[in-house]
Design a protein around this ligand. Structure first.
Ligand SMILES: [Fe+2]
Ligand SMILES: [Fe+2]
Length: 495
């Protein structure tokens, strides 16, 4: 008899839900196979100081301890139910929130959940090789923490598919483990999740920019009239905050170190800065431009009838929907969107219902701008006259009204030829990537040591000292262990 509560921490009464147990008995071994193949490379024999969610209470969602990652207890948690919750927007506004999937929205909801779910394993795949070039044990632990939690977010979405969508849901859950980031034949669903994350500068940019897209999508889904989806996303948001913290502080520490070296050596030319083994601010700006623009595309078309339908039917709300003061139906409201007309960027008013993607993108941009402002303060405090800027939102876009246009970071519409000539002034070139990767040719894991190109953090994980040992090797044969684990899993043992 398997003790589900012990093996899979949950607050969904898994111990008594036979249907869910049977679905997981098949899916969990496949998940373990995926983790061994696509999870962090060469990490399986290490004990890592990780937080695990074992309950949704304040003292339970972040329990720290040493864990071998394949034995991480990926749990299933939903924010506790509010019996009085209603559908808060759209044509069903005022009805009791749905506890089961409304028949007419079944396939739309499934699509929304699959699209969100697909991003979670994708980012683990994108980041799987970074352990071998980590700048410190502190950072190595952080990336592993992000990875196991993205794994848990996949579990969260798979729970919804298994519990509420029957056979179709089980098939979708299998497909989530079959697609691969960047694969030519079976790629992940969304563009940014097929881009490589080749180095740590890209990783921090990804967790700052792209995990924050995750936050905004989860916030919109946390407003859903389908209550189990809303409650699942609410709980995921508690973990997401750490991922964005890793990104923001990671870039902040790189900038800090660069500024220190520039001041100490009185240099400001990028090639002189590079010669001192740190990343020049111009390269950081180009990475920023890239990650910002590909992440903006994730919000979809500026004008979208799908977005309108999701809202009208009560499936996906706006950022902080219930805090907004309007009718939450949007039948007459308008919203401005940009478009390129005759070589100029113009703004026009469109029905607000159709502009919900654009609105969520604008909410995101506002928060991003605050974070970039905090990085700027590090540069200002060092007295270095350099400005980090967010490019125009039409820059380097592949989806929406700007797709097919060539917009400079300043918002000037250029010819393709003029844009291409300056492309590597604005976006990382192969040489930039080669330089950044040359700094990250090996790993730094001696406790308390940091690579030359990044400053130490203000404090260690969970308020531990900076020299804290966050990971230690385990003896034993990885290959045999892996085979035994998968065999046990396939034979119905939830590990
Ligand atoms: Fe996630
Ligand atoms: Fe995340």
């Amino acid at each position: 008899m398997i003790n589900y509560t012990e093996k899979i921490p949950n607050n969904v009464d898994l111990g008594r839900d036979r249907v869910l147990q049977r679905a997981l008995e098949h899916w969990q071994p496949a998940y373990m196979g995926w983790w061994y193949d696509m999870g962090p490379d060469e990490s399986h024999n290490y004990e890592v100081y990780l937080r695990t969610a074992i309950s949704v209470e304040a003292d339970g969602w972040a329990q720290f301890g040493y864990v071998k990652m394949p034995e991480y207890r990926w749990g299933i948690f939903l924010q506790p139910r509010d019996e009085k919750r209603e559908v808060n927007f759209g044509i069903h506004k005022g009805q009791a929130a749905w506890q089961e999937v409304p028949g007419e929205y079944r396939s739309t909801l499934r699509r929304v959940i699959v699209t969100q779910g697909d991003t979670e394993p994708a980012s683990v795949e994108q980041q799987r090789m970074l352990g071998s070039s980590c700048p410190s044990m502190y950072d190595l632990r952080n990336i592993f923490q992000v990875n196991v939690e993205e794994g848990r977010h996949l579990w969260a979405m798979v729970y919804l598919l298994h519990r509420y969508f029957g056979r179709d849901g089980r098939e979708e859950a299998e497909s989530l483990l079959a697609r691969r980031s960047g694969d030519a034949d079976n790629p992940r669903i969304l563009g940014a999740f097929n881009e490589p994350t080749p180095d740590w500068l890209a990783f921090y940019m990804f967790t700052f920019f792209t995990d924050r897209d995750g936050k905004f999508q989860l916030c919109a889904l946390a407003e859903s009239g389908f209550d189990p989806l809303a409650r699942t996303c609410r709980f995921m948001l508690t973990e997401e905050a750490h991922h964005m913290f890793v990104g923001e502080t990671g870039i902040g520490r790189i900038i800090q170190r660069t500024c220190e070296v520039m001041k100490e050596n009185k240099v400001d030319d990028p090639s002189d800065v590079r010669a001192l083994g740190v990343i020049d601010l111009q390269t950081i700006q180009r990475y920023l431009n890239f990650h910002y623009s590909v992440t903006l595309d994730l919000y979809g078309s500026d004008v979208s009838s799908n977005a309108a339908n999701y809202f009208t039917s009560g499936l996906k709300g706006r950022f902080r929907e219930t805090k907004l003061e309007d009718d939450h139906v949007l039948s007459d409201a308008e919203y401005p969107v940009s478009e390129v007309v005759g070589g100029k960027i113009l703004t026009k008013q469109v029905p607000a219902l159709t502009a919900l993607n654009e609105r969520l993108r604008d909410d995101y941009i506002e928060e991003i701008a605050d974070g970039v402002g905090r990085w700027q303060r590090v540069i200002d405090n060092a007295g270095i006259p350099f400005r980090l800027t967010l490019p125009h939102k039409g820059f380097h876009r592949a989806i929406g009204n700007f797709a097919g246009h060539f917009v400079s970071p300043d918002g000037e519409v250029l010819s393709e030829e003029a844009w291409k000539k300056q492309e590597h002034k604005w976006l990382p070139s192969p040489q930039d990537h080669a330089f950044v990767q040359s700094l990250m040719s090996g790993r730094v894991v001696e406790p308390g040591k940091f690579a030359n190109w990044i400053a130490p953090p203000a404090r260690g994980v969970n308020n531990q000292p900076l020299g804290f040992v966050a990971g230690k090797p385990q003896t034993g044969c990885n290959g045999i262990r892996r085979k035994v684990m998968i065999w046990l899993s396939f034979n119905g043992f939830i590990l």
